[in-house]
Design a protein around this ligand. Structure first.
Ligand code: SF4
Length: 330
């Protein structure tokens, strides 16, 4: 198992030094993804998912951000030890990232064909004409209709779903696409387009055996895509397991809350209301050393306020950080 890890994060701590104080955005995070596997990183906004992603590609704005400690092994190499120049070679080669809004990554003043061709010119040393031919092939691969025409389009001339397909094409155009980090890739899309993009990602990922770190707050997307799940809350990992265990028998009250807030056919049939998780993610400036979910948890006791829980092994690689894991009846 150890040798199969493409990404292996150990003891990651990331802080932001703001005028109001130090925000500990990610705390003591361990996370790994095997080659060709999909790990879903789940939680509400402000839980540390995107900061984790930015740490992996080493794009934490510094200052105010700082990776305080930890190791991030990518294909066996600790990327936190690399120079910025070495890291630039890895971005867009072994690691690629797609975001909720592709417009943040696409350059609005260049045709999409030129933007994809640039990858072939830079990484493969191709001439412009050949690079554009490869760009057409990539658009065809991500199932964009009439790719010869679309290659001449500007980003604003494409729909949101098409733009996300272009981003996926760019990620796959890299010479060694090892891992794709997808940060809420379908949140801004219609449900039918969302399903098409997820299917496409799954199909291409299986084809080239790429690892996928899928960041989402949507448990429906998790069920569709992931083989393993890590649930984050207020900068901490609070539960991790394979996807079946998470849905069958979650142990952390926060995971249970996320699942209860998920729409389902059963709830629809019985006209049942979706259950929201009461309260909000705590202000990370004010958070203490206890369980961060304590102010929203109906099972909280005194110990929860004072001490962050030790890891509990529930068997079958299912881990939970709750003082009372296995003792609560949901
Ligand atoms: Fe709730 Fe306590 Fe468990 Fe935290 S440690 S989730 S507050 S019961």
């Amino acid at each position: 198992m150890e040798n199969n890890k493409f990404l292996d994060i150990k003891g990651l701590n990331v802080s932001f030094y703001t005028q109001k104080g130090v925000v500990r955005a990610v705390r003591d995070l361990d996370l790994w993804i095997n080659k060709g596997e999909t790990l879903a990183l789940v939680g509400e906004s402000g839980c540390g998912k995107s900061v984790t992603a930015s740490s992996i590609i080493r794009l934490i704005p510094s200052p105010p951000g700082k990776i305080e400690s930890g190791e991030i092994f990518l294909d066996g190499q600790d990327i936190l030890k690399l120079s910025e120049e070495e890291m630039q070679k890895i971005r867009g080669d072994k690691i690629s990232m797609i975001f909720q809004d592709p417009m943040t990554s696409l350059n609005p003043v260049f045709k999409i064909g030129d933007q994809i061709a640039e990858i072939f010119i830079t990484h493969y040393g191709l001439k412009k004409k050949e690079a554009l031919e490869r760009a057409v092939e990539m658009l065809d691969m991500v199932k964009i209709p009439s790719p010869e025409k679309r290659v001449k389009s500007y980003p604003h001339q494409l729909s949101g779903g098409m733009r996300q397909r272009v981003m996926i094409a760019m990620a796959l155009a890299s010479p060694h696409p090892g891992i794709m980090i997808a940060d809420e890739p379908t949140t801004a899309l219609d449900v039918t387009i969302q399903a098409q993009i997820l299917d496409l990602m799954k199909e291409l990922q299986e084809k080239i055996q790429m690892s996928l770190l899928l960041i989402t707050h949507d448990m429906g997307v998790v069920a569709e895509m992931a083989s393993r799940v890590a649930v984050m809350y207020a900068g901490r990992k609070v539960e991790s397991a394979d996807v079946y265990s998470i849905f069958e028998k979650p142990f952390h009250p926060y995971t249970v809350g996320l699942l209860n807030s998920m729409p389902s056919n059963e709830k629809y049939k019985h006209n049942a209301r979706l259950e929201a998780i009461e309260g909000n993610v705590p202000n990370l400036l004010e958070i203490g050393d206890g369980c961060p979910f304590e102010n929203r948890c109906k099972y909280a006791k005194d110990i929860c306020r004072n001490k962050f829980p030790e890891i509990k092994d529930m068997g079958n690689n299912h881990h939970v950080w709750c003082h009372f894991a296995g003792e609560l009846n949901f």
